[in-house]
Design a protein around this ligand. Sequence first.
Ligand code: 13P
Ligand code: SF4
Length: 308
Amino acid sequence: MEELLEKIHQLKQHYKAVILAHYYQDPAIQDLADFVGDSLDLSRKARDSDAEVIVFAGVHFMAETAKILNPSKKVLLPDLDAGCSLADSCTGKAFKEWKMQYPDHISVTYINCSAEVKAESDWVCTSANALKVIQAIPEDKQILFAPDKNLGNYLIKETGRNMVLWNGECMVHKAFSMEKLMKLWQQYPAARLIAHPESEDHVIRVAEFIGSTSALLNYVQDSDKDTFIVATEHGILHEMQRRAPEKLQIPAPSKDNNSCACSECAFMKMNTMEKIYECLLHGKPEIQLDESLMKSALRPIERMLSLD
Ligand code: 13P
Ligand code: SF4
């Protein structure tokens, strides 16, 4: 491992590359990265980066967003198959046809979607700024929201806005088991449940705090409580434990009986140290997008970033 790390560092220097990683990546990848963040932070970092090569340790839509923000830079994704169930639920063609049924609506798409869908959208949002984006849309406008129905329902509840929702879900955040969660709560009655807004409504309703991965991390760090059940992908616990080592953080149990009995994003976990090394060495797999598609997809992303 030490040898591999050293080789990655040398290649990074040689190619003037930066490694950006999401909080759901394996701990070793988070430790290796130059920057770890949520989708919004990672978009900002990609926008502001002066590196010649961006290695994206995340999933396809994140690397695509980095490319759209940096069309002249080389953006590498260690495994091009690292997709997302939300992004896969909504093709550009289907989204366009759906939108045509609501010609007077403003379309807001969650960043977890393809460049084709972004190109057809009025706004893009992430879980960290979705409320802000919805609130920036005039009250008299009706809203179309895609592709995450759980985040959409949460936004309807929080803002009271009338929104038509695409029927997509994150396969990781829909996998929490209420039955196992209740049993866990009996074991730890003082534990606070915190959840990502991609979680289903029955989880959101009993959570004490709902937020993006960054917001969940800040909440645990700043809270005066000492035990948390964390309803999101369990990779986040690496950073959470680093920031609040004295607090007990328990991953919310999943319906699946996988090895960790918690929710794991198989797409995020497709990235490995070996693949990061290989992609730096060979300069591929690279994200390549059509120029005019990038231009159209940039507009709603820039609109979102202008709210900063
Ligand atoms: P965040 O933007 O909150 O990090 O979420 C990204 C994601 O894919 C959640 O499943
Ligand atoms: Fe997509 Fe869910 Fe994985 Fe996030 S956790 S990348 S929303 S499949």
